[in-house]
Design a binder for this molecule. Sequence first.
Ligand SMILES: [Cu+2]
Length: 139
Amino acid sequence: MRPATRRTVAVLFAVAAACVAGGAEAQVRAKADLRCEQASEVLLYDCTVGLVDSRTNEPLTGLAVTIGADMPSMAGAHSVRPVVAAEGPAKGTYRFRLALEMHGDWALLINLSGATRDRVVKVLRFEDGRVGEAPPPRR
Ligand SMILES: [Cu+2]
């Protein structure tokens, strides 16, 4: 390799490394703690999601949070409209009401925008009067 070429390659590596490091620093990843319980009607659920910075565990406040829902086992069969979550009362918690179309395992797509942009997917099993962990999908 000629010296000039070698220098160019070294510079490119430095730029790539800086991009990776800068990206990792700027990008806050969210961790979500999701709880739902049945509301007054069948298939209606009241949920609270607690959002924290996955590295520092600091609550993520002041975000715009929307939630979509789909059934992993029935891709495309449902069209639950995304709902907007309201912040509070505790720091970094967001509440929303979900109207599902049937009982079973639903993947909730939690979209964060504002100071932190991220999407977290949580799968829960929604049953009549009970919401629990969904077992891992069978392959
Ligand atoms: Cu379904």
